[in-house]
Design a binder for this molecule. Structure first.
Ligand code: UT7
Length: 332
């Protein structure tokens, strides 16, 4: 019997900007301390994109170039680039279009997808469908966010968590049984009041008043979001294991969204997965929104072996959340 053609990740690229904002540095900016930030979130430092006129596409371009180099891909072969971001360079055109132009992917079409911290997961599952139709052979999913462009560095509740970064994966057809096996995606729009950007969209366009009220920065009711994140991210991660008959022994790695180390620990506990199987790099980058999951794949790529069962899980603004079960498709 012919095996189903699945979409498989065949390479990972990444980029974080040079400037590192440490907890010590933040102590000089707001009333906080390294001990509080480390114990409540797990973050030690985050990378910040400095420099006039550089937006999310700047990091996305570098991540995609890294991916093209590592996979030895001619940009003209790329069929599609999907950029997941909550901080696009412009409301329009799409940041993915800018990245396409920057890397010379002249035969690709491109678009952005916005699902906040679940953006990469939503993007991956969207891109999977294009591969599975058989029409598209090389699809790139980029998760990229310049969170520093929407963070209020006088608000100690939010500025300590977020950072900037980008990472990208190549998706290609795989007939060997590896690749994306299953996914669960969820949305609950009633989460709006707890995590959003108050102004700058069509409901409340930018004005002198919105600027004076500091409404162009992330508003987050942290403790509420935390509770929803723990329940829902852990819930879908456990559900995807159950419905694929996976025990904790079957799972090689959990790749969770990096929002808070305590949310990651709760998810891992619910799945019964522990130790080195739980991949964490939040201490280096903080919460880079759509970039967290691919940045983990980028950092830990060498650990993965062909056939490894990997569970991705995310939760973010919207609310959006989900999980994805994949079998890793290559040895690096
Ligand atoms: O990425 C996807 C979506 N986002 C998330 O998943 C984030 C979820 N939320 C969180 O990670 C946590 O809620 C935060 C890290 C944002 C905050 O941690 P928390 O433990 O929930 O703190 P809290 O907001 O309940 O505040 C507890 C106390 C407060 O003091 P009082 O009122 O009890 O005296 C805060 O003012 O901690 C205080 N606090 C701080 N103290 C030192 C808040 N931020 C800081 C800070 N330094 N940076």
């Amino acid at each position: 019997m012919l095996k189903k053609t699945r979409a498989a990740i065949t390479g990972v690229g990444g980029h974080v900007p040079d400037y590192i904002l440490t907890n010590k540095e933040l102590e000089k900016m707001v009333d906080t301390n390294d001990e509080w930030i480390t114990s409540r979130t797990g973050v030690k430092e985050r990378h910040i994109l400095k420099g006039e006129g550089q937006g999310t596409s700047h990091m996305g371009e570098k991540a995609v170039r890294d991916l093209l180099r590592k996979t030895n891909t001619d940009p003209l072969e790329v069929d599609m680039i999907l950029c997941a971001t909550a901080t696009p360079d412009y409301i329009f055109p799409a940041t993915a279009n800018l990245i396409c132009d920057m890397v010379g992917a002249k035969n690709a079409f491109s678009f952005d997808l916005q699902a906040a911290c679940s953006g990469f997961l939503y993007g991956l599952v969207t891109a999977q469908q294009f591969i599975e139709t058989g029409k598209y052979k090389k699809v790139i999913v980029v998760g990229a966010d310049k969170m520093s462009s929407i963070i209020d560095y006088t608000d100690r509740k939010t500025c300590i968590i977020f950072g900037d970064g980008a990472a990208a994966v190549m998706l290609e057809p795989d007939d060997s049984g590896n690749g994306i096996q299953d996914s669960i995606l969820r949305t609950d729009g009633s989460g709006l009041p707890y995590l959003h950007l108050k102004a700058g969209g069509s409901r409340r366009p930018a004005s002198l008043e919105t600027i004076q009220n500091r409404e162009h920065y992330v508003f987050q009711e942290g403790a509420t979001v935390f509770k929803f994140a723990v329940t829902n991210m852990a819930g879908v991660a456990a559900e995807i294991m159950e419905r694929n008959n996976l025990t904790s022994d079957d799972v090689a790695y959990l790749v969770p969204h990096q929002a808070n180390k305590r949310i990651i620990d709760a998810t891992a506990e619910r799945m019964g997965v522990g130790g080195d199987k739980v991949l964490v790099n939040i201490e280096k980058y903080g919460n880079t929104t759509a970039a967290t999951i691919p940045l983990v794949l980028w950092d830990f790529e060498k650990n993965f072996k062909k056939g490894d069962n990997i569970i991705l899980a995310a939760f973010g603004g919207g609310f959006t959340w989900g999980s994805c079960y994949l079998k890793w498709a290559y040895n690096s």
